[in-house]
Design a protein around this ligand. Structure first.
Ligand code: IMP
Length: 431
C-alpha cells in the first residue's frame, strides 16, 4: 500500500482530528510525524469528546496502532496522562497499540521554563507560543544536546544526561533571562518514573510502518499544526519549530522515499489563526463573532491547547493554492461548512493587491504578508442549517457553488465536507 498523509492547509486547527478519526477506520497504523503537545485535536464520538494533544487521534479506533515518529517532541507527562485518559474510556494502550520512535526528542520542564522566559523577553514582539516548550526542545535537538526517547532505556545514563540537561538550561535561564533555576535533583525521580513506564514503547517505528505497508495494510500519517506554521515555508517567524508539511512525513517517521498515495489537505471553510502574525483576510466586524462562536460548544473557535479565542477571517485562496502546491495535496476535506450558514455574504480571497498590481501567487512565500491587500470575490449566501445534510444533492445550491469555487481556486477536488463535529456529520463526494 502507499502511505496516506493528512495535512492542514492553513494555520492549524482545521479540524484534522476528526478527519484523521474518519480516515483511520480500517487503518492499521496512524502515525504523527511532527510537533508535540502544542497540537490540539478534538474528536466527538456520540456524547464523548476526546481532546488529544500528543497521541494520534486515530487511536480512538481500538484496532488501530498509534505511532509517535522521529519528528515529534514528546512530553512524557502529557503522554502518560493521555494514555491513562484513553484507558479510562475503555481503550487498550499497550506496546502492541502504541510505539514511540527511539529518535524522538523529549520535552522537559526546562523547555517549558525557557519557552516562557523567551516569550517574556520578546516583549511586544511575542510569537504567542502555546507555552509547551516546543521551540526550546527543537532548539536542543538542533544543538545536539537534547534527550531522546532511546535515552529512557538506560536509567543510570538517563540520570546523568538529565542532570547535565537541567544544568545547561539553568545557565541560560539565570544568566540570559534572569529567571529562577530549576531543581534537577527534585525533578529526576519523576522522570525516572516516566522512563520506567515508557521503556516498553520505544521502538524503530520506521520499520513498523514499512512492514505494515509491505503487507498491504493502510498507514495514515497525521500532520500536526498546519502548512502556514511550518518552520521553513510558513509565515516565519510566526511559525512553530517543526516541519509540518506533507513531505516531512517521510523523515518524520523514519522511512525512505516511497510511493505516497492520497495527500489529504484539511481546509476549514473559513480562515482562523491563534497567536500573532500576519492575516490578510482577518475579519473584525460582527461576522467575526458568527465565525468564532461563543466558546460554549467544543467546536467553537477557542484553542484546544490554550483556550485562547482564535482570530477569524474569510477563506484565503492565495494561501490555499500555495499550501496545495508545497504539500502536493491531491484532495481536500472542507470542514465546518455548517458555520457559514446565515452569514450575509460568502467571501473568498482570490488574489492579493499591492498598489495597482494584482498577484495570484506569493512572490516570496508568506513570510511578509503585511503589504498585501486581499482581493475578494463575493458569492451568494444561504440560510439553511447544514448540520443534518448527508448528501451533496441535498446541499443548497449556494453552498454547492461555494465548494465548487474552493475547488477552482485551489486546483484540487473536495472529497469530503464536514457539517458538524459528530463522526457521521460528513458529506462524501465521489471525485
Ligand atoms: P509553539 O508551537 O508553541 O512554539 O507556537 C508557535 C506558534 O504556533 C504560535 O502562534 C501558536 O499559537 C501556533 N501553534 C502551535 N501549535 C498549534 C496548533 O496545533 N494549532 C494552531 N496553532 C498552533
Amino acid at each position: 500500500m502507499a502511505l496516506e498523509i493528512v495535512v492542514g492547509t492553513q494555520w492549524g486547527d482545521e479540524g484534522k482530528g476528526r478527519v484523521v478519526d474518519m480516515l483511520s477506520a480500517g487503518a492499521a497504523i496512524v502515525a504523527r510525524y511532527n510537533g508535540g503537545d502544542n497540537a490540539g485535536h478534538t474528536v466527538t464520538v456520540g456524547s464523548t469528546t476526546f481532546k488529544l494533544h500528543l497521541l494520534p487521534s486515530g487511536m480512538i479506533h481500538p484496532e488501530t496502532m498509534g505511532i509517535l515518529g522521529t519528528g515529534v517532541v514528546i512530553n512524557p507527562a502529557t503522554l502518560l496522562k493521555e494514555m491513562d485518559m484513553l484507558r479510562s474510556r475503555g481503550l487498550e494502550v499497550t506496546p502492541q497499540r502504541l510505539r514511540l520512535s527511539f529518535a524522538a526528542h523529549l520535552i522537559t520542564p526546562v523547555h517549558q521554563a525557557l519557552d516562557a522566559a523567551q516569550e517574556a523577553a520578546r516583549g511586544k514582539d511575542q510569537l504567542g507560543t502555546t507555552g509547551r516548550g516546543i521551540g526550546p526542545a527543537y532548539t536542543d535537538r538542533a544543538s545536539r544536546r537534547g534527550l531522546r526517547a532511546m535515552d529512557l532505556l538506560d536509567l543510570d545514563q538517563f540520570a546523568e544526561k538529565f542532570k547535565v540537561h537541567i544544568a545547561a538550561a539553568n545557565l541560560a535561564l539565570v544568566n540570559l533571562y534572569h529567571a529562577e533555576p530549576l531543581d534537577g535533583a527534585a525533578l529526576l525521580p519523576e522522570y525516572l518514573n516516566f522512563a520506567r513506564q515508557l521503556q516498553p514503547y520505544v521502538d524503530d517505528v520506521g520499520r513498523q510502518v514499512q512492514a505494515a505497508l509491505a503487507e498491504g495494510k493502510r498507514v495514515l500519517a497525521e500532520g500536526a499544526q498546519g502548512t502556514l506554521l511550518d518552520i521553513d515555508l510558513g509565515t516565519y517567524p510566526f511559525v512553530t519549530s517543526s516541519s509540518s508539511l506533507a513531505p516531512a512525513a517521510l523523515t518524520g517517521l523514519g522511512i525512505g522515499i516511497m510511493p505516497v498515495g492520497r495527500i489529504i489537505g484539511v481546509t476549514k471553510a473559513f480562515q482562523t489563526r491563534v497567536g500573532a502574525g500576519p492575516f490578510p483576510t482577518e475579519v473584525m466586524d460582527e461576522n467575526a463573532e458568527r465565525l468564532r462562536g461563543t466558546g460554549s460548544k467544543p467546536w467553537d473557535e477557542f484553542g484546544t491547547t490554550t483556550g485562547r479565542p482564535r482570530r477569524v477571517g474569510w477563506l484565503d485562496g492565495v494561501l490555499l493554492r500555495y499550501a496545495v502546491r508545497i504539500n502536493g495535496v491531491t484532495e481536500q476535506t472542507l470542514t465546518k461548512m455548517d458555520v457559514l450558514s446565515g452569514l450575509p455574504v460568502q467571501r473568498i480571497c482570490v488574489a492579493y493587491r499591492t498598489g495597482d498590481k494584482i498577484w495570484d501567487h506569493l512572490p516570496m512565500g508568506p513570510a511578509d504578508l503585511s503589504t498585501f491587500e486581499a482581493v475578494y470575490e463575493d458569492l451568494p449566501s444561504w440560510d439553511a442549517d447544514l448540520t443534518g445534510i448527508r448528501t451533496w444533492e441535498e446541499l443548497p445550491s449556494a453552498a454547492k457553488q461555494y465548494v465548487c469555487r474552493v475547488e477552482e481556486v485551489s486546483g484540487v477536488p473536495v472529497s469530503y465536507i464536514s457539517v458538524g463535529p459528530e463522526r457521521d456529520q460528513v458529506i462524501e463526494r465521489s471525485v
